[in-house]
Design a protein around this ligand. Structure first.
Ligand code: ATP
Ligand code: MG
Length: 581
């Protein structure tokens, strides 16, 4: 835990959406948030209606909703009106195919406009949308479509050929494959259907508790789970984006996450549209130079990204920015993994503002703990619970769940259930779902602690925490200390069994440009860690790697480092990004 505090200027704090955290927490109510939405007749609620029709109703029809940047240099802007018409067409296409409310529509697409039309059109039609990451291989695609009984798949001819045609006969529920390009046997071209479909559609009369989105977890700790979310989630998407991302109409907003992961949908489609901003979508994968260009040229005001990307930008070196400047940039946030203090401070140095870390999960559907625009930032802390969210540190034993109220106590991070974007099921895994709830708490599976100012600090995933000679060691703390060293670009820390200590700490390190692995460097890093952490917590061993195994959503897979270390089975690696590069 570092002692640094980045103070917020009072003038800037007052200009934030939430100038006074304590006051908003005291005054906040979910029913009031729900009442602020347009809604459907008779208490109905529909995410796409809030994202499109409700925006057009308040004269945002001509405002750019989506600015898309294609791989081939194409740029297309869709206003709220235009996006709404495309979504309506897609909803009409589903209607013409007799897709019923509650049926599941999957996508297997890169970040192309059709993905956004399909997502919003599906929601409008009352069907359930499930986005899949386009880089998945056939097995993960099959597993996900089986679990959700996919009725429709929207994809490209090339992706269909490579990933779906071979498994099609194992998907009996899959009635329609709609191709956004090309032709394949057994598939239907989407373009003629869209052209023939009307561009008006009356939103299905969905209820707040009707299923809307199916999202699979990242698979960092094991087999991915299918978390089901309902239309009411939009209440949380809107509230949390206002508070935790400081989003407001007029913003140019860039969420770099792919909609194949929950962040790319909750905060890459729903929240920005519901607030009425212009969102940037880039088809191209991470590229430091292109990213700096995008931020500068498009005058991005709010940027939501992830620790891996930030660390890669750091690794590329700030010199790359050159003459580019970002005078319009107002707020930067990060999610998905713990954000090392080093990265928060790098933001301050390079962009004149810190990255604001926030914490949530596929299961929670929306941001739960965050650093706010108006609140001082303690680098390395996830911040404080969102208004309307009660978070606690708990100890779970056979006897039950006990809250640990004393500051600095380490325990499982838990939340009081009841917020609108909470998952309603792990599809077909009732027992696993039920296990998450106990004694009035939702148990996150992560370990954390709360300090005396109410800030939460991530310690590690329950499974990743190391027990060494009577100490409980969080990998994050060790990783953050090592990453402070100039040579270290990325690091994953695990515990390996040891006869005397129980477990010892071992670190896997990827080096920055200009550094080569050597025994001398290993000794230097061990010394640096010992100085920072003390001998009980510092790693005993360091090994160098070109790259660390990560999920496709960019999370370091510590369980895989450990399985490989111990020669154990690798388990489900369907979301692993190749780490042999
Ligand atoms: P799986 O549940 O399949 O193992 P996953 O937990 O990585 O995968 P997600 O729901 O995408 O799937 O990720 C949520 C998890 O990511 C959190 O439980 C936490 O461990 C980690 N995480 C997210 N944001 C943060 C953050 N700001 N700081 C620390 N950890 C974070
Ligand atoms: Mg998880």
């Amino acid at each position: 835990m570092s002692d640094t505090i980045l103070r917020k200027e009072p003038v800037a704090a007052r200009a934030a959406n939430m100038p006074d955290y304590g006051r908003t927490v005291a005054e906040f109510s979910w029913p009031a948030e729900r009442a602020a939405l347009a809604g459907l007749p008779d208490g109905g609620l529909n995410i796409a209606h809030e994202a499109l029709d409700a925006q057009i109703a308040v004269r945002r029809g001509d405002v750019p909703a989506l600015r898309w940047f294609g791989r081939d240099g194409t740029e297309i802007t869709f206003t709220y009106d235009a996006l709404s018409r495309e979504a309506n067409r897609f909803a009409n296409v589903l209607r013409s195919l007799d897709v019923q409310p509650g049926d599941t529509v999957y996508s297997l697409l890169g970040r192309v406009p059709s993905l956004y039309f399909a997502a919003l059109g599906t929601l409008k039609s009352g069907a359930v949308f499930c986005p899949m990451f386009s880089a998945f291989g056939p097995e993960p695609v099959q597993a996900r479509m089986e679990i959700g009984s996919a009725r429709v798949l929207v994809t490209t001819a090339a992706l269909y050929r490579r990933k779906v045609s071979g498994i099609r006969d194992r998907l009996p529920d899959l009635a329609h494959v709609l191709l956004v390009d090309g032709e394949e046997e057994g598939c239907t071209a989407l373009a003629p259907l869209m052209a023939a479909a009307g561009d008006a559609f009356r939103t299905a009369p969905t209820r707040p508790a009707d299923p809307a989105l199916l999202h699979f977890t990242s698979g960092t700790t094991g087999r991915p789970k299918g978390a089901l979310h309902v239309h009411e989630a939009v209440v949380a998407h809107r509230a949390t984006a206002r508070f935790a991302l400081d989003l407001r109409p007029g913003d140019i907003y860039w969420c770099t996450a792919d909609p194949g992961w929950v962040t790319g949908t909750s905060y890459g489609i729903v929240a920005p549209l519901v607030i009425g901003v212009t969102m940037i979508v880039d088809e191209v994968e991470f590229d430091p130079d292109r990213w700096y260009d995008m931020l500068a040229r498009e005058e991005v005001t709010v940027w939501y990204t992830a620790p891996t990307a930030i660390r890669m930008l750091m690794r590329a070196g700030a010199e790359l920015i050159g003459k580019r400047r970002f005078p319009k940039l107002r707020f930067m946030a990060s999610v998905g993994e713990p954000l090392n203090p080093e990265a928060v401070l790098w933001g301050q140095e390079v962009f004149g503002m810190p990255f604001h870390d926030n914490w949530w999960q596929t299961e929670t559907g929306g941001i739960m703990i965050a650093n706010y625009a108006s609140m001082d930032v303690k680098p390395g802390s996830m911040g404080r619970p969102l208004p309307g969210i009660e978070a606690g540190i708990v100890e779970v034993t056979e006897a039950g769940v006990k809250e640990l109220r004393k500051p600095q106590a380490i325990g499982e991070l838990a939340l009081r259930p009841g917020w609108p974007s909470m998952m309603r099921a792990y599809l077909h895994e009732e027992a696993r779902y039920k296990k998450c709830f106990r004694d009035g708490w939702y148990l996150s599976g992560d370990l954390a602690m709360r300090d005396s100012d109410g800030y939460f600090w991530f310690v590690g995933r329950g499974d990743d925490v190391i027990k060494s000679a009577g100490h409980l060691i969080g990998p994050f703390e060790v990783e953050s200390a090592l990453i402070e060293h100039d040579a270290v670009a990325e690091v994953g820390v695990i515990g390996i069994p040891d006869e005397t200590a129980g477990e010892i700490v071992k670190a896997y390190v990827a080096l920055n440009k200009g550094y080569e692995p050597s025994e001398e460097l290993e000794r230097e890093l061990l010394g640096h860690a010992r100085k920072r952490l003390g001998p009980a917590v510092a790693p005993k061993e360091i090994v160098f790697r070109q790259n660390l195994p990560k999920t496709r959503s960019g999370k370091i897979m510590r369980r895989l480092l450990k399985a490989r270390e111990l020669g154990l089975p690798e388990g489900d690696i369907s979301t692993l990004e190749s780490d042999e590069k």
